[in-house]
Design a protein around this ligand. Structure first.
Ligand code: R5P
Length: 286
């Protein structure tokens, strides 16, 4: 099997190549003067299995992924597996208002065209996996995040809203501490309100665990509320760190002690790798 690591998953594809003991496919990537993407596969892959690793975020990375899939198919690969560490557009998973696009479905259907299987990590909602027209599975980054948080003497894990409660409970169980959740109301894409809730956080070390940090509004407001209630230390951990717009500044200003994300989207906060959970899944499927 060859691993084709896309430009949005360099770290992860190198780690997967090492863990699975499979070579990285030699390729040339470049951008034309008008910024269109160019790809050339530099070695024969006719009849070989190919694992493409590419995060579908931001938009240009989706175009790169579709071009990689087409090139691998054209070059005669036997089986094409796509690892989609972060599935961009997954939050637009239904019509919230009449006339809206179901963007997650549009992406999934196109990615399915040249994929014999798709594997993703912590999908925003389980039902979005059904949008793919090829077998699709997911693995969880929570054990890897919990492993990292274990070293921080966490007293309490909080989910930022009721919908994320299961993830928080799972992390707390693995860390060996209590869990609870906050009450959140989303006003619009960039504004959220965290309602004061009587939590016993005074003098405690708290970790807030979520699937995504996007604008950082959810986490920043949660941190402020916990600080207000006397928390000693506040860690924030997520699987997918998008850090859109002023997210970094917002989080720093809110008084966070540490920001932790995985390498599904590579950034300075990618302190936890999902490579092992993906590698185990691939080995168990083989
Ligand atoms: C929402 O359902 C997600 O789980 C995250 O809480 C949300 O995407 C975070 O967004 P932001 O960082 O923009 O508040």
């Amino acid at each position: 099997m060859y691993i084709l690591g896309g430009t949005s998953a360099t770290l992860l594809s190198n780690n997967l190549s090492r863990l699975l003991n499979q070579p990285l496919l030699k390729t040339t990537f470049k951008r034309f003067p008008d910024d269109e993407f160019y790809l050339r596969i530099e070695e024969p892959i006719d009849g070989e299995d190919v694992l493409i690793v590419q995060t579908a975020y931001p938009d240009p990375k989706i175009v790169e992924l579709l071009i990689m899939q087409d090139a691998v198919c054209e070059a005669g690969a036997k089986k094409i597996s796509v690892i989609l560490p972060y599935f961009g557009y997954s939050r637009q998973d239904k019509k919230f208002e009449e006339g809206e696009a179901i963007s997650a479905r549009a992406m999934a259907e196109h990615i399915s065209i040249h994929a014999d299987e798709v594997i993703t990590v912590d999908p925003h909602k389980e039902h979005i996996l059904d949008f793919f027209t090829t077998p699709t599975r997911s693995c969880s980054a929570v054990p890897a995040l919990a492993d990292y948080l274990k070293k921080k003497n966490i007293d309490l894990v909080l989910a930022p809203d009721k919908g994320a409660r299961d993830r928080g409970e799972e992390a707390a169980k693995l860390i060996g501490c209590a869990s609870d959740y906050l009450e959140k109301t989303r006003i619009d894409g960039t504004t959220v309100k965290i309602h004061p809730k009587n939590l016993d956080v005074h003098g405690k070390t708290v970790a807030i665990v979520d699937d995504i940090i996007s604008t950082g509004g959810t986490m920043a407001n949660s941190i402020k509320e916990l600080r207000h209630q006397g928390a000693k230390k506040v860690y924030v951990a997520c699987t997918h760190g998008l850090f859109a717009g002023q997210a970094r500044e917002k989080l720093k200003e809110s008084g966070v002690d540490e920001i932790i994300a995985t390498d599904t989207i590579e950034s300075e906060f990618s302190k936890v790798s999902v490579a092992s959970c993906l590698a185990s899944m691939l080995v168990s499927l083989a």
